[in-house]
Design a protein around this ligand. Structure first.
Ligand code: NAP
Length: 542
């Protein structure tokens, strides 16, 4: 019987589209993966749907888009020279600066010559006989590779608006995750924004300054902590650069991979005054550190409630209208959804041109030609902004028609939730790796070190296989099942599953409710290292 590789591989070789590795995506993961694989002397082709590098920071250009991890941490550490030579201008880098950084890395390491832009991957099929992946692009090209690495990102597939009447609206609509490169001028316009997650929290203050009127349609209020963004002085930057190796090493000991430590105190073991002082100190410092004020905020409901009370009190201090303040007060778990980091978010609701609409009291009924109707009331708007998030963690993988060794589709295998071994590999899908896949710490950490850890592990693994003349690696069903159980066991010991978050797929109607990330960066790294040190235990090599 003729296999797909019998026909595709010789042609691919002849056409120069036969590689050791095909990498899908040229964001921070794909760029570093290319660099590492090249260093092993492998032939690599990176396929990227966008016209440039940068991934998340290529697409998310909405007003105010900015990283919620400090710039000195949200950066590569694989090159000491790069780490020393790049200067960040602010405590939290804005999207244009992050994109400049991605482009700088691509140029500095001469990566572009192996990246094919404007190329979206449609399908990837494993040929069991030839041990090769056949990758097909949307423009009809076919490539072959011994290994396929999915560097497709965790938050790269926008949650499409499916409201009743969505298509009937006459004016322009924008999704924060696919913002036009030329920007949008909201001057003089009535704007409706749906969603109040991180993207909305960043963009609302800026749109409010421009628009004639901004209507904010909120389903679930978010917990928001001030960023306290500021220019990064040369003195501060130099202090970090002098200490980089030690700081990076320390961050690897943290559950979330950040410089900032979680204390070893319980919120319930201190006096009310001490607790208040501790929250105040972290709140004044700004940023994601807030959830590390005490060690039990994400495992004990009462401890978490104290952190929530503190933040609700801050909302009531800032927002002048008591009814609006109460509507903005979240009743969920602090940190159960990713904390939002703001500059001027609550202050925006004191503006006369901003109206908050509580979709819990007045559900969104329909989008019409002229605007939105909620609870029987019509809001006429000129423009709608959808800040409704992403089909997170699995969406970028399941939308590609990935077929494993017996033709099984990944999307079918994951119909009841993602199943991986270490978030890196899937049983039945040999020689396929995912960077920051579901079942790995990824989105619960600082993504850059997490990406580097995965890339290094994958590169070392491929190097190991080649040195020993193995042509194939596949996670065993047993190892995968045990890992899925472990990811769930750890999540169940926390408050995370109590929130309707995208960590659980709860933001996408019909998506199975499964907690997807693995909680705890250091034990995860230890497990990955052990697996490698034991000759890739849990994998079948042949
Ligand atoms: P998100 O956190 O998923 O927020 C989406 C918002 O849209 C939520 O308020 C959600 O309400 C609402 N929504 C979704 N579907 C809706 C519907 N059918 N009707 C009404 N409201 C609906 O998405 P995001 O703000 O784009 O952020 C996603 C993630 O990207 C963040 O958690 C973060 O990890 C990352 N991010 C980071 C930064 C940063 O670094 N500063 C910035 C932006 C994004 P519900 O909560 O009720 O579902």
């Amino acid at each position: 019987m003729q296999t797909l590789a019998d026909t595709a591989a010789p042609r691919a070789r002849a056409e120069g589209v036969d590689f050791d590795v095909v990498v899908v995506g040229a964001g921070f993961a794909g760029l570093y993966m290319l660099h590492r694989l090249r260093g092993l002397g492998l032939s690599v082709r990176v396929l990227e749907a966008a016209s440039g590098v940068g991934g998340t920071w290529y697409w998310n250009r909405y007003p105010g888009a900015r990283c919620d991890v400090e710039s000195v941490e949200y950066s590569y550490q694989f090159s000491l020279e790069l780490q020393q030579e790049w200067d960040w201008s602010e405590r939290y880098a804005a999207q244009p600066e992050l994109l400049r950084y991605a482009n700088h890395v691509a140029d500095r390491f001469d990566l572009r010559r192996d990246i094919q832009f404007d190329t979206r991957v449609r399908a990837a099929t494993f040929d069991d006989t030839a041990n090769r992946w056949i990758i097909e692009t949307e423009n009809g090209a076919r490539l072959c590779a011994s290994y396929c690495v999915m560097a497709t990102g965790c938050l790269s597939v926008p949650n499409e608006p499916k409201f009743k009447g969505t298509g009937t609206f006459a004016g322009p609509t924008y999704h924060t995750g696919r913002w036009p490169h030329e920007g949008v001028d909201f001057s003089g316009q009535r704007v409706g924004i749906i969603g109040t997650g991180s993207s909305a929290v960043q963009s609302i203050p800026i749109i409010a300054e421009q628009a004639a009127h901004l209507y904010v349609f909120q389903r679930t209020p978010s917990f928001v902590v001030p960023a306290r963004n500021a220019p990064l002085s040369q003195r501060e930057a130099e202090a970090v650069k002098a200490e980089y190796p030690a700081l990076r090493a320390l961050a690897k000991t943290r559950r979330n991979g950040l410089f900032c430590a979680t204390t070893d105190m319980s919120a319930l073991a201190v006096s009310d005054a001490e607790r208040e002082r501790a929250f105040r100190e972290r709140y004044d410092r700004g940023g994601l550190c807030y959830t590390g004020t005490f060690n039990d905020l994400l495992i004990d409901q009462r401890a978490n409630e104290s952190a929530a009370d503190f933040l609700r009190a801050r909302i009531r201090e800032v927002v002048k209208d008591p009814d609006v303040a109460e509507t903005l007060c979240p009743r969920t778990v602090v940190g159960g959804k990713r904390l939002c980091i703001d500059t001027g978010y609550y202050e925006a609701f004191n503006r006369p041109n901003v109206t908050l609409i509580d979709l819990n009291k007045a559900p969104l009924e329909v989008i019409t030609r002229d605007g939105l109707i909620t609870g029987g009331k019509a809001y006429r708007v000129d423009t709608i902004v959808y800040a409704i998030g992403f089909d997170a963690m699995t969406g970028a993988l399941t939308r590609i028609d990935i077929r494993g060794k017996d033709g099984t589709r990944l999307a079918e295998k994951w119909a009841q939730g993602p199943r991986t071994y270490l978030g890196l590999s899937v049983a039945g899908f040999p020689n396929l790796f995912a960077i920051t896949g579901p079942g790995s710490p990824s989105v619960l950490t600082n993504m850059l070190p997490t990406i580097e850890q995965h890339v290094d592990w994958i590169a070392d693994c491929i190097d190991y296989l080649r040195a020993r003349k193995f042509r194939r690696i596949e996670a065993t069903q047993d190892a995968e099942s045990a890992w899925v159980a472990e990811v769930n066991r750890i999540a169940e010991g926390t408050l995370f599953p109590t929130c309707n978050s995208w960590y659980l797929g709860a933001n996408i109607p019909g998506k199975p409710r499964v907690f997807m990330p693995y909680i705890g960066f250091p034990p995860y790294v230890e497990k990955c290292n052990d697996v490698a040190a034991n000759g890739y235990s849990g994998f079948a090599l042949s």
